[in-house]
Design a protein around this ligand. Structure first.
Ligand code: CAA
Length: 283
């Protein structure tokens, strides 16, 4: 199947990164968000991030200009029905994602593939609420999207091979690497990464080390580019907690219980960089 136009739902951190790489790879992009401000902020951020790539010699001015010209925005979700592949990158809440897919379904072309950038929610369950579970799969990017090489491709129980092959072809064209994951809670990356972050929060909670010593231990002692608490702030503490809850509920094992300190920070609205406060203070 030849994918030319890609619809993206959600112009936040992930949606704008996905639009960025898709447009640079030559796809026509239709970016949707309910907020006009979010759409204009996303275009401005893509322009800034591409300019940084130009200044570092990664792309040319002409690449940037052509890519930005391929991006259109819309506040009307159903406009995305005309695209060949839709990637939902809205808030990590199942009810929100389900409502989006339900609204989209009556407006889709028969061949359109539906995907979700969810970091942990069941692909099989999301797919079951659509008219095309065989043309539905997980398309999970890592943050920051323009920099990270991996895309997890997750098959739901009914996903067909043609759908997987079409999505894999898109990942190849982006110059990224696909990892195939089965549909179990949090897939591969977050199944491994989030318990590590949660353990770092327990290490802080139990007074084993300070924020600084935990992060520098993992940066200098395990060669991680960011310490686990800095990374948690970067991902968003609400997202980290939501993923731990999916692991805890879905695998029914107390080893995945979210650290009470992580819950407390989220309850306080200390969500990390996006709220200027998390394990670090960005104000
Ligand atoms: N757009 C384009 N380029 C970007 C960028 C962006 N948004 N952010 C960074 N870059 C580029 C920079 O221009 C720079 O390019 P060069 O190599 O050409 O110089 C390069 O990335 C490195 O950036 P910086 O020099 O600014 O900073 P750094 O060396 O400290 O690296 C980082 C920043 C890439 C974020 C690095 O700290 C890192 O890899 N951190 C870990 C990130 C990670 O683990 N992500 C996965 C999170 S989990 C996830 O996403 C899954 C989930 O579902 C929660």
């Amino acid at each position: 199947m030849d994918i030319k136009a890609i619809g993206i739902v959600g112009a936040g951190q992930m949606g704008n990164g996905i639009a960025h790489v898709m447009s640079l790879a030559g796809y026509d992009v239709l970016l949707n968000d309910i907020s006009e401000d979010a759409l204009s902020a996303a275009v401005e951020l893509m322009s800034k991030n591409m300019a940084r790539q130009v200044s570092r010699g990664k792309i040319t001015d002409a690449d940037q200009e052509a890519a930005l010209a391929r991006i259109k925005t819309t506040q009307t979700l159903t406009d995305l029905g005309q695209t060949d592949l839709i990637i939902e990158a809205a808030t990590e809440r199942e009810s929100v994602k389900q409502a989006i897919f339900e609204d989209l379904v009556p407006h889709l072309q028969p061949h359109t593939i539906l995907t979700s950038n969810t970091s942990s929610i069941s692909i099989t369950r999301l797919a079951s609420r659509t008219d095309r579970p065989e043309k539905f799969m997980g398309f999970h990017f890592m943050n920051p999207v323009p920099v990270m090489q991996l895309v997890e491709l997750i098959r739901g129980i009914a996903t067909d091979e043609a759908t997987y092959a079409a999505c894999k072809q898109v990942v190849d064209r982006l110059g990224k690497t696909a990892a195939s994951a089965e549909d179990f809670p949090a897939f591969i990356v977050n199944r491994i990464l989030m318990p590590m972050i949660n353990e770092a929060v327990y290490t802080l909670y139990e007074g084993v080390g300070s924020v600084q010593s935990i992060d520098s231990s993992m940066k200098l002692g395990a060669n991680h580019p960011m310490g686990p608490l800095e990374l948690a702030d970067f991902i968003g503490l609400d997202t980290c907690l939501a993923i731990m809850n999916v692991l805890h509920d879905g695998l029914a094992d107390t080893k995945y219980r979210p650290c009470p300190l992580l819950t407390k920070y989220v309850e306080a609205g200390w969500l990390g960089r996006k709220t200027q406060r998390g394990f670090y203070d960005y104000r």
